[in-house]
Write a protein of this length. Structure first.
Length: 142
């Protein structure tokens, strides 16, 4: 399983009263990494619309290990651990730069929902085939 990596620069308005990235902002970073990973594999918002659905984050567990501050360049790695039925489990690691210690680790549960009803539906086979090759458990059919 090869992680997808993206980088971003921490902005000043993302700081909290303690002078480091507000904990809630990290969820935005995770979402952005997942979106970029999907787009990298050809699953743009337009492609998702063609498939009639989209992924929504249902649950996230974040472990905050070290702070980041404005101006830091963060390296965010993400990979899909498993896909089954409507569910996808995605892991993340955020570091300052590419070689430093972890600042944040996280795991998120994403659910494929049909746009018309906003109800969970099995992940389309096209997505399973693409992401399944990258998961630690291989392709898992619905």
């Amino acid at each position: 399983m090869q992680p997808f990596t993206t980088e971003l620069r921490v902005r000043h308005y993302e700081m909290d009263a303690l002078g480091h990235v507000n904990n809630a902002v990290y969820q935005h970073y995770l979402e952005q990494a997942a979106i970029e990973h999907s787009e990298h594999l050809g699953f743009t918002p337009a492609r998702y619309r063609e498939l009639g659905g989209l992924f929504v984050m249902r649950r996230v567990e974040i472990e905050y290990l070290r702070p980041a501050i404005a101006g830091d360049v963060l390296s965010i790695q993400t990979w899909v651990q498993e896909m089954r039925g409507p569910r996808a489990v995605r892991s993340y690691e955020i570091r300052k730069g590419s070689n430093s210690e972890s600042l944040v680790t996280a795991t998120a549960l994403w659910v494929w929902v049909e746009v018309a009803t906003m109800r969970p539906r099995p992940i389309p086979n096209e997505i399973l085939a693409t992401f399944g090759q990258l998961t630690s458990k291989g392709r898992i059919s619905p």
